[in-house]
Write a protein that binds this ligand. Structure first.
Ligand code: GLA
Length: 375
């Protein structure tokens, strides 16, 4: 089954935009495993918009850009597969892609066949230039059926930005993940606002179809296509933790060929990734910090009976964060407490009863995993 857990990988858009080519894709595939990304769970390498010529050929087929991909797409796909990775491409449900390239409207079944022949394992499907008279869900149903009938397992990644109440129809329309937000930018305001926009939708996750809050900007440091300001390393850590507790797909957006040590440490934190990838795929529920609306706290039940907890200070001042175990479903009368582990420090913190409290610096977070214990 596809998307049993939130899909993980890398996508060219956030850093490279339209400036993609065979050398970049091969170079990215070359270094992937050495960085520990495959081992951490990232396996889809996805080429985003602007990979094709501006016109289809005489038979109505898509044509790869002859300068960017002089050897065609199949050879790139074979190369990516030879590195143990899966290969993803991009199209759109409207009359043109967002970048003005040919799109799959009224070509759904032939394009799906072409993608399958190229060995595509993942299709990101955008919403630009959507014909007004046709509901989006129908266009996604078309491509979903087209992909499902190619004879190849192709993960279908909807990119309709939450338009037309995407979350109400994405699962039934056969998508495996669906964008619920506008495009991310590499700065703190954008990360914070995307997170807040999904505050009340964090419980909708489930195996087979995941709410995608957009690709990661971790490690971009103000360089690239959506880099408008950049974030600090602490903000990237918070961003990665938010996406993880929300169960969003984790698609890396930085240039991994030039990744620094801190970025690598963030993106390959297996304990945080394990929260994101929990096999039950349960959504997160929120808890309030009674005296500070800038402190957000979420918890998620894990398949092994433990509880993952994310505590985030979105404000500009230091803030207290306190989890009352009552809000997790652990009343004092039960006699149970939580043996807590800090997932960024990789340390056991001991057993807590009734509550756990800490101070969070501005834009910082705590990621914890709690195991129920009774003494
Ligand atoms: C839209 C999508 C982005 C990216 C661009 C490509 O804006 O939301 O993620 O795919 O199109 O043009």
């Amino acid at each position: 089954m596809l998307a049993q857990t939130p899909p993980m990988g890398w996508n060219s858009w956030n850093t490279f935009g339209w400036q993609i080519n065979e050398e970049l894709i091969k170079g990215t595939a070359d270094i992937w495993s050495d960085l520990g990304l495959l081992d951490a769970g990232y396996n889809y390498l996805v080429i985003d918009d602007c990979w094709s010529e501006k016109e289809r050929d005489a038979n109505g087929l898509l044509v790869p850009d002859k300068y960017k991909f002089p050897n065609g797409i199949k050879s790139v796909s074979d190369y990516v597969h030879s590195k143990g990775l899966k290969f993803g491409m991009y199209s759109c449900c409207g009359s043109m892609t967002c970048g003005g390239h040919p799109s799959s409207f009224e070509h759904e079944f032939s394009d799906a066949k072409q993608f399958a022949e190229w060995g595509v394992d993942y299709l990101k499907y955008d919403y630009c230039y959507k014909p007004y008279g046709i509901p989006g869900h129908l266009l996604y149903k078309r491509m979903s059926l087209a992909l499902r009938n190619t004879g190849r397992d192709i993960l279908f990644s909807a990119c309709s930005w939450g338009s037309d109440e995407t979350d109400k129809w994405a699962r039934e329309s056969g998508t495996h993940m669906y964008r619920s937000t506008g495009d991310i930018q590499d700065n703190w305001e954008s990360v914070k606002n995307l997170f807040l926009s999904q505050e009340h939708k964090a419980s909708l996750q489930g195996p087979g179809c995941y709410n995608d809050i957009d690709m990661l900007v971790v490690g971009m440091h103000g360089k690239g296509n959506v880099a408008l300001g950049g974030c600090s390393d602490e903000e990237y850590r918070t961003h990665f933790s938010m996406w993880s507790i929300f169960g969003s797909p984790l698609m890396i957006g930085c240039d991994i060929r030039n990744m620094d040590e801190v970025t690598k440490e963030i993106l390959t934190n297996k304990e945080v990734i394990a929260v994101n990838q929990d096999i039950e795929g349960r959504g997160a529920f929120s808890m309030n910090q009674w005296n500070n609306p800038n402190v957000k706290m979420y918890a998620r039940m894990m398949h092994d009976g433990s509880i993952a907890i994310g505590m985030f200070n979105l404000g500009e001042n230091k803030g207290e964060a306190s989890i009352e175990f009552w809000d997790l479903g652990i009343p004092v009368a039960s006699g149970y407490g939580l043996k807590l582990r800090d997932l960024w420090a990789h340390e056991d913190m001991g057993v807590y009863k009734e509550h756990y409290r800490c101070e969070l610096e501005p834009h910082c977070c705590k990621m914890l995993r709690g195991y129920l214990v009774k003494d």
